[in-house]
Write a protein that binds this ligand. Structure first.
Ligand SMILES: [Fe+2]
Length: 287
């Protein structure tokens, strides 16, 4: 009995080329899927006996003057749907190098409609003169820019841990500990306190005061490249490779930290991979 050998060398070559084309298409579509990164809304709930009614915070972080369509509508429509009690702007909203027209558009939209509190990030700090002008704009619109101060919004005390910057202080771009100390020292409430601070890697320092019920940060951009279904990204400033605090919710015995992956999308030199920009909604619910 003869056994027929399937395919000549030419046939095998055709099969090989065919599989190669399929593989190339699969790789291209996977890559396109990985970097298509649409913005999404992320929702967290914090339960506390320090509030008697729900309090909703919409967090906008690391916008870096990103464009979300005409009049920033793709972002503002989601904010309006959320009906927030507070909009927390946690730094790198105005960018130090980019055209900030889109940020101005967003500020003009949210300022008259919502209670807005802004703390600067490192990129505001990189351009003190530009930040001075942008801060003036934000303040003139009615946005509260906090630099080591606390404000009361309903039942929640909002602590803003960025500091006033000047060109003479440029040697210490991340050393904003004094602003955190200032917030903690002047915090004399038994009520719910939320700390807005750009840098998540300082969590141990924030916790050392034992005063903040919730801490909201940005800065890490989700670690820029992520593996699907994992909490960690590939790299974040001040945390290095495989950062532990690049995005998400982190519960400790005494507090919860929420790290926004930020809203910048196309303005980064390095693209996001499997890393959606996000609008963070946090509900503080009575226990
Ligand atoms: Fe940023």
């Amino acid at each position: 009995m003869k056994i027929k050998v399937l395919g000549t060398a030419k046939d095998k070559k055709r099969v090989f080329v065919f599989l190669g084309i399929i593989f190339a298409f699969a790789a291209i579509f996977s890559l396109l899927g990985a970097i298509s990164f649409p913005m999404k809304t992320v929702h967290y709930e914090i339960r506390s006996d320090k509030v008697t009614k729900p309090f909703r915070i919409v967090q906008i972080s690391d916008l870096h003057a990103e464009d979300y369509g005409k009049d920033m509508e793709r972002l503002t429509s989601l904010i309006d749907e959320a009906h927030p009690d507070l909009i927390a702007l946690t730094g790198d909203i105005y960018d130090d190098k980019l055209d900030n027209t889109t940020t101005t558009t967003l500020m003009k939209y949210i300022a008259p409609r919502y209670t807005c509190v802004y703390v600067a990030g490192n990129h505001e700090f990189y351009d003190p003169a530009g930040w001075a002008a942008n801060k003036d704009e934000a303040v003139s619109l009615g946005i509260q820019v906090l630099e080591g101060e606390n404000v009361q919004v309903g039942e929640v005390t909002v602590c803003g841990a960025a500091r006033a910057v000047s060109i003479g202080e440029l040697k210490k771009p991340y050393d904003w500990d004094d602003a955190v100390i200032q917030c903690a020292d002047s915090l004399d409430t038994e009520g719910f306190a939320v700390l807005l601070a750009h840098f998540p890697h300082k969590i141990d320092f924030y916790r050392s005061f034992g005063k903040f019920d919730l801490i909201m940060c940005g800065h890490a951009h989700g670690g820029q490249w992520r593996l699907p279904w994992t909490q960690n990204g590939l790299f974040a400033p001040d945390q290095g490779i495989f950062p532990k605090l690049s995005g998400g919710r982190f519960d400790y015995d005494d507090t919860t930290m929420i790290v926004s992956r930020g809203l910048t999308r196309t303005k980064n030199i390095i693209p996001r991979i499997f890393n959606n920009p996000e609008l963070v909604i946090t509900d503080i619910i009575p226990e």
